[in-house]
Structure formats: C-alpha cells, structure tokens
Design a protein around this ligand. Structure first.
Ligand code: SDX
Length: 428
C-alpha cells in the first residue's frame, strides 16, 4: 500500500499522508486538507469514519470481536486480574508489580473520604433525582473541594489526582444510591478491598453486620474490568474534548458521566431491563418487540443490541452472559427475565433484519441481569457502568493532555440563510 492518499477536487490533485497503527489500521491524515484545497473540509456525522486521535490505551477490532487494554486481551484480564490492577495498567501503561499494586491500593484507601460539605450538595437533591445526574454533579463539585491545579507534567501530581478520584468516586456512588433509598450516608472501611468497599458503601445497613458474598465480589470485579475502557466511545470522547480546553479532570469526568447517561450509550443497561420487564409484563411476547424494533416508523430499538464498532459479538457480552448464568445459579436466583433475554437473543441472531445489519448483543444486554441479582436498583445500573469506566476516562484524559492535543473544535458546513438585511420590528 502506498503511504499517501490521492484526492482529486475540481481538476486539482492532492496527496495526504497515511497513518498506520501498530495493529495495521490505516487513516488518512487530513491536517493540511483545508489549507491545501483553500477551504474544503471533510464531514462525517457521528464520526463513523473519522478518528479523533492516535491512542495507545485500548484496541478494538469490531469485525473480529477483539478488545485489548494496553495489549492484554479482555478475556485474560477478566479471568486473571483484579479491577485496580487493570485500572493501573490503563492509566500508567502496564500491569503493576506487587509493590506498585500494594502502594496503589493503599494510596487509594488513604483518599477514600469525601468532604462532609459534599453531603449538603447531595441533600439539596430530591430523592427522585436520577443517580447519574446526582453523580455528575457531585463529581463536578469535587473540583471545589480539591481545587489544587493538577500539573499534567508532574507524575507525582497526576498520581495523586488519580488515587484521589479512585478513592472518592465509590463514596459518591454509595451516597448517590443511599440518598435515593433514604438511607443514612456512610463511609467505607479501610479493612475492605476496593470491591468489597463499594458494596459496603452501597448496602451496609446500620442495624446489621456487613457480609460480603464472594460470588458477588468476583462478579462485580469482573464487570468493572469489562467496563473499564473502550477507546473513543461517546463518553470517552466527551472527556477528551472537555479536557482539551484544559478544563480540570473532575470537570471532564463529570461531562463524561453525563454523556454515558444517554440510553443509546451507558444508559442502555437500564433501558434493557426496562425493556425486558415490559416484555415480561406483556406475556413474554418477544416477537412483538422484535417487530417494533424493525419498524422504521417505531422509535423503539432493541436495547442492548447493536454497536458502532462491533459487527460481531461484543466480547464483553460473551463474558457477561456466561457470568450471568454462573452468578444467578450460585446465588440461587431464578430470574425469568434471563430466559426472556435468552429468547430475544436467539430470535435476533437468526432474524435477517439483525443479521444483515450485524446487530449483536452488546455489553449492556446482560449486565443489568447480574446487577439486579446483586440487589442493585435499576436506576443505579449506569452508575455502575461509570464506576467501571472511571479508569478508562482518566487514562484517556491523561493521554490527551500528555500528547498536548489541540483544543477540540470541529468545523461545519453552513446550510442556513445567505446574507439578508435586518427587518425592523414593525415591518415583520
Ligand atoms: C455502549 O461506542 C462504544 O464503545 C459504546 C460502549 C462502550 O463500552 O463505551 O460499547 C457502550 O454504548 C453500547 C451500546 C449501548 N446502546 C444500546 O444498546 C442502544 C441500542 N443500540 C442502538 O441504538 C445502536 O446500535 C447504537 C447506538 C449502539 C449504534 O448506533 P449506530 O452505530 O449509529 O448505528 P445506526 O443507528 O446507524 O444503525 C444502523 C442500522 C439502522 O438501520 P437502517 O437505517 O440501516 O435500516 O441498524 C439499526 C438502525 O435502525 N439498528 C437497530 C439497532 N441498532 C441499530 N435497530 C433496532 N434495534 C437496535 N438496537
């Protein structure tokens, strides 16, 4: 393959360099396009064909259903690592040795308190507020309580910003859920590991001892690993573009949480459960919902199906589906919703509409079934997604700043009115 791309416009020929990644992906570098062509730009709604950056963090192959963090396969990481080990690899570039990991875990524990004034912000929310809106607000508020400027070029500064947010975020998650449930707010316990502490923060009742079920602990650890990063998805791109203006880390993360909230993105895990519940209430009539999903006049989509990148099975969905079986069996939970999900998947995988469009179950299709079996309320499902994605957002924000990427500011093609004279009010 030549190392340039040729473009013909209006009888003129232009050449642009090709960029090739370590997995042989190829892009046309159009940095000089507008200047060379005196104004011509590209346009690509939803960026379906446009790369925003070069990144060394996560590799996806949508055709082959491959996902790797820092070169490690998601299958191996989910089976052999724990969440903070994976978080360290995503953020600092490689799996930590024992000394690094122990220090990382201890430093996170040292920063797992949240200023009590944050409670006052939380108290101002109605109980009915969606947890994702609360979490985004509290995350942004952390800037006010940790105003110190993070020098991106100082490894020490960046390390402390990382352990601070990884320590405090589970407290915000726990407080967000307890606020909605009308429970007193609590703090974690340093004697617990990160995953146990998350469950303690969410579920500890004042009048009983906290018991950590090892099945739930392992399943949650795996779920958070599977959600930890996913290259330039909508919320990660949001974190990068907000950070590209040199807005702070917490402000950028808060924006990412808001982007993840949408039902086309992370909000899909909540929408999947609501869809499955609707099908169950409707007598389990999956065919009716398949027809709705295929009807162009019906805005209904089969939630948890389809993906911008995966045109094959989402490797995470495969792992989560297996885990759903395991967790529900081990917990002795018989959830009819799981059967409905399986039935829907079976039908969709042979239905020409879905097959032709390469629509497969994605990460959100089965995750909610496990969260529900863990006793996590459906409105908290996307918060759990944010909890998992946090290290990926941090890693991507850090990479964007260290690469000194320019502020994100896309161009447009104007399609409005041409110049026209102002019309006085009494003449309109
Ligand atoms: C996540 O990007 C990431 O990496 C995201 C994520 C991550 O880890 O960060 O993986 C997490 O967001 C997973 C996706 C969760 N969302 C859902 O499950 C919502 C349902 N899925 C769809 O809304 C959709 O599939 C998207 C949003 C996921 C992808 O949309 P695209 O890439 O813009 O595809 P499209 O809308 O152009 O669809 C192509 C065709 C269309 O039909 P035609 O116009 O060609 O006839 O497929 C159809 C769509 O109507 N289609 C669906 C469908 N998804 C796509 N039809 C019915 N049900 C669906 N779910």
């Amino acid at each position: 393959m030549s190392d340039t791309a040729k473009l013909e416009i209006g009888g003129n020929s232009y050449e642009f360099p090709l960029v090739k990644g370590t997995e042989n992906e190829v892009a046309i570098n159009v940095k000089t396009l507008r200047a060379a062509t005196k104004g011509v730009i590209t346009i690509d709604p939803g960026y379906k064909n446009t790369g925003s950056c070069e990144s060394a963090i996560t590799f996806l192959d949508g055709e082959k259903g491959i996902l790797r963090y820092r070169g490690y396969s998601i299958e191996e990481l989910a089976a052999k690592a724990d969440f903070l080990e994976v978080a360290y690899a995503l953020i600092f570039g490689d799996l930590p040795n024992k000394e690094q990991l122990d220090k990382f875990k201890n430093d996170i524990k040292e920063h797992s308190l949240v200023d009590d004034d944050v409670r006052k912000i939380l108290e101002a929310f109605p109980k009915t507020a969606h947890p994702m809106g609360v979490l985004s607000s509290l995350t942004s508020a952390l800037t006010a309580f940790n105003p110190a400027f993070v020098d991106i070029n100082s490894e020490e500064d960046m390390y402390h910003a990382v352990v601070r947010i990884l320590g405090k975020f589970p407290v915000l998650v726990g407080w967000t859920m307890r606020k909605q449930k009308g429970l007193h707010l609590n703090y974690g316990k340093k004697s617990l590991c990160y995953i146990e502490n998350i469950m303690y923060l969410m579920f500890k009742q004042p009048n009983e001892e906290f018991q950590m079920n090892p099945i739930i602990k392992n399943a949650l650890d795996k779920l958070l690993i599977l959600h930890a990063d996913h290259e330039q998805n909508c919320s990660t791109s949001t974190v990068r573009i907000v950070g590209s203006s040199h807005a702070g880390l917490y402000a950028s993360l808060s924006a990412g949480i808001s982007a993840l909230w949408g039902p086309l993105h992370g909000g899909a895990n909540q929408a999947v459960l609501e869809m499955l519940e609707a099908i169950k209430a409707d007598g389990g009539d999956t065919k009716k919902y398949m027809a709705k999903a295929k009807d162009k006049n019906d805005p209904f989509r089969l939630m948890g199906f389809g993906h911008r990148v995966y045109k094959n099975f989402d490797p995470r969905a495969r792992i989560i589906k297996a885990a759903a079986d395991e967790v529900l069996n081990d917990l002795g939970v018989n959830d009819p919703i799981l059967e409905i999900a399986r039935g829907l998947e079976k039908e969709a995988l042979i239905d020409p509409y879905f097959v032709d469009r390469k629509l497969y179950p994605n990460v959100d299709f089965y995750s909610g079934i496990i969260y529900r079996a863990m006793g996590i309320p459906v409105e908290m499902f996307t918060v759990m997604f944010a909890l998992g994605r946090l290290p990926g957002w941090i890693a991507q924000w850090k990479e964007m700043r260290l690469n000194q990427e320019p502020i994100g500011r896309p161009r447009q093609i104007y399609t409005g009115e041409n110049l026209r004279p102002f019309v006085e009010l009494d003449k309109r």
